[in-house]
Ligand binder design. Structure first.
Ligand code: ADP
Ligand code: MG
Length: 322
């Protein structure tokens, strides 16, 4: 398998929700990018910028308003129920809050076994139990957890159960949506390391979503920076971490606890993120950008490859290159 094979591809993806007074909320707006087989693609941006919506579109938990999500290991299976089911098995999502994402009225063994029953995997209860024990062991929980209730578990243990539920079907693509944000800091690193070990062992591809640039940089091969429903910068982690270009990415870095060498200016974000039902004209970031020019108010910059693999949507950067 070539390292750079594309696994999931989004093309001109749009998701609008019904907002108040019939004003649509544009949660994801004309977004195109792809994720490569075996990589961790980190998605970062402030709360409300559309990360969770994009993650759910990418595992087809949500239907796009327009545009497509394509899995290269499937022919397009829309409308074909068998294909849709197979696609669901291959593409899983783990949510932020393990308190609400797992059913509190079921024992752990049942919760982890359920996907096997839904997908008709394992010839009998005994075989399924062996599979459940095996995946629980992979996430660091022994057989004594089978009969325990979610309420008896800590946040970290519950998130391990959520990971087991996502992985028991042996998926290829897993969306991790703020999976450590609800956990104690002391437990966060353990869960991140576990996700990394499991990725290597099972050859997983991750979309790793977080509002925290530090967490994303720790795990990701590439990073996409999202603002008001679209990507404003994308590149290898090295490029984003040490050589970020977009004023928004710089502001995100300077707002995070320890600043980096490449970002010396004090570029704290000012003002609130505009409402997705009233996007500004021109560049979506211009209302908060310290480098805003006349052109930025009038014209939305497109994503341009400023160096190999490093994309940025900013008139300032593009102006410097031409
Ligand atoms: N079911 C929904 N109905 C209406 N608006 C929604 C719904 N889900 C999310 N939104 C809105 O869409 C935007 C993006 O939300 P979300 O994808 O959750 O962003 P993030 O995960 O980055 O915080 C927000 O403005 C949010 O209020
Ligand atoms: Mg979210």
């Amino acid at each position: 398998m070539r390292q750079h094979d594309i696994l999931v591809e989004c093309s001109q993806l749009v998701k609008e929700y019904k907002g108040t007074r019939n004003k649509p909320v544009r949660a994801v707006h004309d977004l195109s990018f792809s994720i490569r087989q075996g990589e961790t693609f980190g998605l970062v941006g402030e709360s409300g910028c559309g990360k969770s919506t994009l993650g759910q579109l990418m595992v087809r938990l949500l239907e796009p308003t327009s545009g497509t999500v394509r899995y290269t290991n499937f022919q397009d299976g829309r409308g074909n129920r068998k294909q849709e089911k197979a696609m669901r098995k291959e593409n899983q999502i783990i949510f932020q809050d393990p308190y609400s994402s797992i059913n509190p009225r079921k024992r752990i063994g049942w919760l982890v076994e359920e996907p096997l029953i839904i997908h008709g995997i394992g010839k009998d209860a005994q075989e399924r139990k062996a599979m459940v024990c095996s995946i629980l062991k992979e996430v660091g929980l022994d057989d004594s957890y089978l009969d325990r209730w979610p309420r008896e578990l800590s946040g970290g243990q519950r998130q391990r159960v959520a990971i087991a539920i996502a992985l028991i079907l042996n998926p290829s693509f897993v969306v991790c949506d703020e999976v450590v944000s609800a956990l104690d800091v002391s437990v966060q690193a353990q869960v991140l390391n576990l996700l990394q070990e499991l990725q290597e062992k099972f050859g997983l591809t991750y979309l790793f979503i977080s509002h925290n640039l530090q967490v994303v940089s720790y795990l990701s091969d590439r990073i996409g920076v999202m603002y008001l429903g679209g990507l404003v910068e994308m590149g290898d982690t090295e490029q984003i971490y040490h050589h970020c270009l977009h004023p928004y990415t710089k502001a995100l870095f300077s707002a995070s606890v320890d600043a980096f060498d490449s970002v010396k200016e004090d570029l704290l974000l000012s003002g609130d993120i505009p409402s997705p039902s009233r996007s500004p004209s021109g560049c979506p970031f211009h209302t908060r950008c310290i480098s805003c020019m006349k052109r930025c108010i009038e014209e939305n910059p497109s994503m341009v490859e400023v160096s190999p693999g490093h994309f940025c949507a900013c008139h300032l950067i593009q102006g410097m290159n031409t």
